[in-house]
Design a protein around this ligand. Structure first.
Ligand code: IPE
Ligand code: IPE
Ligand code: MG
Length: 240
């Protein structure tokens, strides 16, 4: 079996943490129990990424489409986020993790917004893993928001139309300043993007697994990283 080359890790790992509901259903439990169990996976994976000195980990926690779920489930998910941030903040600070939020912050319920603001401010000077939490995140919404800001800059004369290039768009996305993901993981067997990082995933390597998110452990991430290291990224060129 191949072993992990710690000098050649992806700079940015993004994860679509999917399958909490099915995990619970298979056990005859309410969906929210699946979400709660998924928190344990988050703990473990964040810790491993910090240990490995991966630079950025983006976790898809709640999409702009997830508001369509029953209110009870939406409330449970928001409460779990607040609980996670309260419970984990000391350890995250100790591990030098910098928390960031991507998504439309203004539409979050007040307690979730408050917890996120406190956590980002508390960890903003940390130099280790950037833990990017995608909450009320949608790739299309992100592009809409960027376009609106760019349009305002053009209108105000701060940007010219001909100067707009890919770099300009990067700068106005929620992920401004962060590298694009090198590796995207989706758990639970579905093979779709579900409106995640549409712009940033242009040349990302995908790793899909049938493992449900609450069952996702260190060994699964290590397998994904080892397999990632065997990929040949060509970016449209001819190599080898
Ligand atoms: C992922 O699990 C968590 C969120 C989308 C918030 P799901 O709740 O989507 O679980 P499944 O896909 O229904 O099994
Ligand atoms: C994507 O999962 C969003 C998150 C993991 C937060 P969904 O479960 O919402 O995606 P679909 O609806 O199956 O595409
Ligand atoms: Mg799902």
């Amino acid at each position: 079996m191949e072993i992990l080359d710690k000098e050649n890790l992806p700079g940015h790992v993004a994860i679509i943490m999917d399958g909490n509901g099915r995990w619970a259903k298979h056990r005859g439990l309410p969906r929210v129990v699946g979400h709660r169990s998924g928190m344990e996976s988050v703990r473990e994976i964040v810790k491993l990424c910090a240990e490995l000195k991966i630079k950025v980990l983006t976790l898809y926690a709640f999409s702009t489409e997830n508001w369509k779920r029953p209110q009870e489930e939406v409330d449970a998910l928001m409460n779990l986020l607040v609980e996670y941030l309260h419970r984990e903040i000391e350890e995250l600070v100790q591990n030098d993790v910098q928390i960031r939020h991507i998504g439309r912050a203004t539409e979050l319920p007040a307690p979730a917004l408050e917890a996120m603001t406190v956590a980002t401010e508390r960890t903003c000077k940390n130099k280790g893993l950037v833990l990017n939490l995608a909450l009320n995140y949608g790739g299309r919404t992100e592009i809409v928001d960027a376009m609106r800001e760019i349009a305002v800059k053009v209108k105000e004369g701060e940007l010219t139309v001909s100067s707009i290039d890919e770099g300009t768009i990067d700068k106005y996305l929620y992920t401004a300043g962060l590298p694009d993901p090198d590796l995207l993981i989706r758990t639970s067997g579905d093979c779709r993007i579900s409106n995640f990082l549409l712009w940033q995933l242009a040349y990302t390597e995908f790793w899909l697994t049938p493992v449900m998110w609450p069952d996702f452990r260190r060994r699964h991430l290590l397998t994904a990283l080892i397999e990632f290291q065997q990929r040949e990224r060509r970016y449209g060129e001819i190599k080898g």
